[in-house]
Design a protein around this ligand. Structure first.
Ligand SMILES: C[S@@+](CC[C@H](N)C(=O)[O-])C[C@H]1O[C@@H](n2cnc3c(N)ncnc32)[C@H](O)[C@@H]1O
Length: 247
């Protein structure tokens, strides 16, 4: 069967276990600084957040990376009324469906109480947060694109050159997905980078907090979660900012 996401939403792939090149790929990214230029429109979106004092060192925040239509961002904001919850996605179409603003203003910020949606490329947005020493309390990565083709390892977040920055960003990471291989790889990559034991676990819940999560739950698919604790990431951050070349 071809590598793709099947009609039922189940990931279909020729890859049934951790990619043979994962360790090499992660180690290379840890050993080599990533010098790709920042994505300009995302720098502008980030600067807007900073200029409105939404992102400052004295305010804690929760990050919902790849928030899609922002449903999970709003859910988290309602459950954490004292904290700012920032949803980031690059898709104008998905953000335009958030119902938070006229789609024509999607390129600015959309804010409702403590919930903010921003259109930006995550690989740039994360690097800017690390540069400015701004760490979320919690960082959700809900159902990232699985990139199921064997040749697409480097597009998965743990195989991407931005992975060291994603870890150095800190906060407690919670990554959820419906492809066990992706979850196992993410956990293995986080273990390799931090030297700690990080494992993928089955994820069960009564309620779905994002459209993809609800869709998979309705279809009774197995879900997986990887949690990387805040203290493990804080130690990784100190290690890399003390002179290691990973960022
Ligand atoms: C499978 S959807 C999941 C959406 C949502 N989290 C959910 O659970 O319903 C993945 C989302 O990640 C976004 N995304 C993928 N790569 C991205 C990138 N490099 N920068 C920003 N957003 C990205 C896509 O636009 C898409 O909305």
């Amino acid at each position: 069967m071809a590598d793709n996401i099947s009609q039922a939403g189940l990931v279909s792939s020729c890859q049934h276990d951790i990619h043979s090149q994962l360790e090499r790929c992660v180690r290379r990214h840890l050993d080599t600084p990533w010098l790709q230029p920042l994505h300009r429109p995302s720098v502008v979106a980030y600067a807007l957040l900073r200029s409105r004092n939404l992102l400052t060192k004295d305010k804690s925040f929760i990050l919902d990376s790849g928030c899609g239509t922002g449903n999970s961002t709003r859910y988290l904001a309602a459950r954490h009324p004292g904290q700012l919850v920032i949803g980031v996605d690059r898709s104008r179409v998905r953000l335009g469906r958030s119902g938070m603003a006229d789609p024509s203003v999607v390129d600015g910020l959309m804010q409702h109480h403590n919930c903010v949606l921003v259109r930006a490329e995550l690989a740039t947005f994360w690097r800017l947060l690390v540069r400015d020493g701004l760490a979320p309390d919690k960082h959700f990565l809900l159902y990232p694109n699985p990139w199921p083709k064997v040749a697409h390892l480097k597009r998965r977040w743990h195989g991407h050159p931005v992975f060291p920055s994603l870890l150095a960003l800190g906060g407690e990471i919670e990554m959820r997905c419906n492809w066990e291989v992706y979850a196992m790889e993410f956990a293995r990559a986080a273990s390799l980078a931090t030297g700690q034991s990080i494992v993928a676990k089955p994820y069960r819940s009564q309620e779905g907090i994002s459209p993809f999560e609800r869709k998979y739950m309705q279809r009774r698919q197995k879900l997986f979660a990887v949690t990387v604790p805040q203290d493990v990431l804080a130690a990784f951050r100190s290690f890399v900012t003390a002179g290691q070349p990973a960022l």
